[in-house]
Ligand binder design. Structure first.
Ligand code: DAH
Length: 369
């Protein structure tokens, strides 16, 4: 009597151990294929005596059915595992953040401000800031604008409604009030462990937003200025001219600049001037440093003795100069924007075109670019 249990056990073990569908199929061919072990056993039935066949037939057929069923079960299990693995590997985690995409551009005004800061930082100026909402004292009175003087109207001031203290504040019309704040800070009682600080020298620049009720191709209700203030002993207009000449040459990246002072009036400086720079307007755009034309570039002057007094400084001991640039205007000149209003229209196409990459940031330590 032939025993198939050994063959059945070996096949069972191998089927159970088959790790993938290809291995399982190889086992199937080996056992149940045309010339497979079990197929050969089935063929051998024909050569047996009827008695033998009666006995062996059910056993061999049973073995074939059992092995085929086991292979089918194992195949189903392997297929399920394979599908599970694929689903796991192809899964998308929708809660993950998307990959970073750089979209924004640096606004030309901010780029220009950073360029200006970089140049003045090299010259030893530090930064000061003040509030956009100012009081009448800092914006006008301390700066020697006489009360009720038409100059207060000259600026097309945005006045705020009278507050509960009876004060009428303004959106600052220029960055000059920060001059006052910087000088007044000298009078503040500083802790004893802070060295100096109670006396000039002062060497600051003040970038910031300013506001006037005005709108055309060269004016917007909000714009940007950069103020400069230097206070020390024996300061004169020569220092002012040198500082502005240096700045203009560095900012426009031209070695040759020719400038001239044109007399002007500002209540807070005496004498006051506007500085013009030689330029060429014969082509489409303005070329700085050459040509037959002059262009106004900055308001400036020697700090008025009344302003020094209003801020607690003795004008017989301390002198100073001050200047105020229009930042947006300086950007238009350097980068060729025709209309100031476009600067603040938030048109994405304009920003893409005139904006700067964040990697082009001027660095106060290393210069413009
Ligand atoms: N504050 C002036 C303006 O807004 C600009 C200015 C002129 C500032 C002369 C100054 C200066 O510091 O000395 O038109």
């Amino acid at each position: 009597m032939t025993d198939y249990s050994e063959l059945a056990r070996t096949l069972d073990e191998r089927i159970a151990a088959a790790a993938d569908l290809a291995t399982l199929d190889a086992i199937r061919v080996e056992a149940l294929g045309k010339t497979g072990t079990i197929s050969e056993l089935l063929k051998s039935l024909g050569k047996m005596s009827p008695d033998e066949r009666r006995e062996q037939g059910p056993k061999i057929n049973g073995l074939r059915d059992e092995v085929a069923a086991h292979i089918a079960r194992r195949r189903a299990a392997l297929e399920t595992a394979e599908l599970d693995a694929r689903l796991a590997s192809e899964r998308v985690d929708l809660s993950l953040p998307p990959p970073p995409e750089r979209r924004g551009r640096v606004h030309p005004t901010m780029q220009v401000m950073d360029e200006m800061i970089a140049v003045f930082a090299e010259m030893g100026f530090s930064l000061a800031e003040g509030p956009d909402i100012e009081d009448d004292f800092h914006n006008f009175t301390a700066l020697n604008f006489p009360p009720k003087h038409p100059a207060r109207e000259m600026h097309d001031t945005f006045w705020l409604p009278v507050n509960e203290k009876g004060e009428r504040k303004v959106l600052r019309t220029h960055t000059s009030p920060v001059q006052v704040r910087v000088m007044q800070r000298l009078n503040e009682k500083l802790p004893s462990w802070i060295a100096g600080g109670q006396e000039p020298p002062i060497r600051v620049i003040v970038p910031g937003r300013t506001y006037r009720s005005d709108s055309d191709a060269t004016h917007t209700p909000m714009f940007h200025q950069l103020e400069g203030l230097v206070i020390d002993r024996d300061i004169h207009m020569g220092h002012l001219k040198w500082t502005l000449d240096q700045f203009i040459a560095r900012y426009f990246e031209t070695p040759v600049v020719e400038t001239r002072f044109r007399p002007h009036h500002f209540p807070f400086t005496e004498p006051s001037a506007e500085m013009d720079v030689r330029c060429d307007r014969s082509g489409g755009d303005v070329k700085i440093g050459q040509g037959a034309d002059w262009m106004e570039i900055v308001g400036c002057g020697m700090v008025h003795p009344n302003v020094l007094r209003n801020c607690g400084l003795d004008p017989d001991q301390w002198q100073g100069f001050a200047f105020g640039f229009g930042v947006d205007r300086l950007g238009m000149l350097k980068y060729g924007m025709p209309d100031l209003r476009d600067m603040f229209a938030s048109d994405v196409r304009w920003l893409e075109h005139f904006g700067f990459s964040a990697f082009q940031a001027p660095n106060p330590a290393t210069g413009l670019s």
